[in-house]
Design a protein around this ligand. Sequence first.
Ligand code: NAI
Length: 246
Amino acid sequence: MISIDLSGRSALVTGSTRGIGREIAATLAGCGARVAVTGRDQARADEAAASIGNSARAFAADIADSSAVARLVEDVASAFGAIDILVNNAGITRDNLMLRIKDDDWDAVLDANLKGAFAAMRAATRSMMKRRWGRIINITSVVGMTGNKGQANYAASKAGLIGLTKSAAKELASRNILCNAIAPGFIDTDMTADLSAEARQTLSAQIPLERLGTPADIAGLTAFLASEYAGYITGQVFVVDGGMVM
Ligand code: NAI
């Protein structure tokens, strides 16, 4: 029988006050890890950590701010003793046609989705290197592989995250730090809540499994990649999209 045991491990999940990140945090905690729940807002992080229970702790930081990320990593490491598992999940969209994307929209998306993940990896890998164990899981998107009309900034940030994942995997493998990415398709969360019923139907028709995904579809794979079962997997991008992109 296979069961995922993360007891004794500490995890930091960025953007875990809701949606996919919250489900990942709850799943890792359910597997026995101590989990740092994070978001920009302390009260929301407190609420999420309390509802997850299982020794989850709340921390607030804006992931787009590199020095705040460095402080966050320090605070979590000193609360838990270490960070063994880093899940870069925080992300935003500021969709528009390319000609209408303002510099601010470009910077906000790249700063949160790509620079934030890089800052967290740079800060968290120091202690992983010393302990010669670490797992980094970056939540990218199928859009980072296929591109998408109206999402040039978002697609560029998610494609960048794939390049960052593979580079980190090569740099860190000798220290037993594994770095992989998960590329979700359409997942039912607040991020996709604006889709009309009609748009959902059209989308579902393009998905072989004929439904949008759920946060649990992403969280299970994240727990697996954080576990000992994934010890020979690094630098990979796992598409979880109901078969939409093959
Ligand atoms: P969501 O909007 O429901 O949640 C995003 C989380 O990130 C929230 O907790 C939010 O507070 C946090 N966050 C955003 N900016 C932040 C910042 N500057 N600092 C700290 N926290 C910040 O989104 P969802 O759907 O749960 O998405 C999670 C990840 O999955 C994102 O990276 C997203 O790009 C990715 N994804 C989502 C898909 C979907 O269909 N929902 C599809 C493909 C990828």
